[in-house]
Design a protein. Sequence first.
Length: 380
Amino acid sequence: MHYRQLQYPGATAELAVFPDGRHEIHAIIRTTLRGASFVEQLMSVTSAAAALEAEHGRGRDTVFRRYFLSDATNQAPLLPTDDCAISIVQQPPLDGTKVALWLLLQKDGHGEDLGCGIRRDRHGIVWAGDVRENDCDISVATPHLLTVQYLENFSSRLTELGAGLKENCVRTWFFVRDVDVNYGGVVSGRNEMFNAAGLSRDTHFIASTGIEGRNPSPSIPVSFNAYADTRLSDRDMTFLKGASHLNPTIEYGVAFERGTAVDYADRRHVFISGTASIDNRGEIVAPGDIRGQTLRMLENIEVLLNEAECGFADVAHLIVYLRDTADYATVDEIFRREIDDRYGRIPRVMVLAPVCRPGWLIETECMAIRRIHRPERIPF
């Protein structure tokens, strides 16, 4: 990946650019206006995003945006209307600001709106953004039932496109209000739907993150996002285990893949699920030690990347979740030393978001892109 940092009035954009073929750019945009009002900070971020899209568009379209907010209920109504899949989550940026933005630009990525927050581009790639309250027959319910409804709805949309949850869904996200209480309902709902779709330890699951994150509506306990490609077949995907360092997730009752690699004709996309400090017996490594957990977490991520013949130099973005705001400075220093000084400034954002297991102090997800040459595969 080629990494760049751009300065805009009141904002900084960190870019990772995959330069060949169907160009794609991952960007993390953060405001530098600490202490300013939310409106001022938001304007600096959205103005930087508009400038970035104007300068680096050239046939690329923004296909996905995720806003990280400090007070989603009050701030979400002030966000602009975007012509792409949108995710809004209360996960306060830990640099002391009120808003940050992850966006993804891809060549010829503009697509059709399928409703319910779902969009498909002309190549067949599908992004599921947020579903609004009382939208698409999804009603507010328990975390279990709401998770089932989200997955049923997304599965139905894929079926209408001649695709399926098992065959074509690559990545999911579940943002859970009060994760220590409500995550069990998400797990049971996901397990139920995956079992119905034929997803099991004998077939495969789907890369995923389940993490604390509040929906703008106080009555919605779980939000859902997803990524799928309707053109994929089983041979296009490899599921990453990291068996030397991590155990299968099903051993502690949850159903997701540690990572998934998707091969296209000219590139490999690698989706690393939310990864924490764990060993191959499922035990927490370095309990209560943020330094030890951060280092083991990075080691686990590198093992998964290596299994896909990638490394940190191929990573397009990092999203880092912390349980305790007091750990921010320590973790930021470790990332600067272990990542920035070795590989360059990979676009990243650190947010406040307790992990689904209380003993885990930190979790990180990422996506990587590596150039390959496999002309028998579908073009991206």
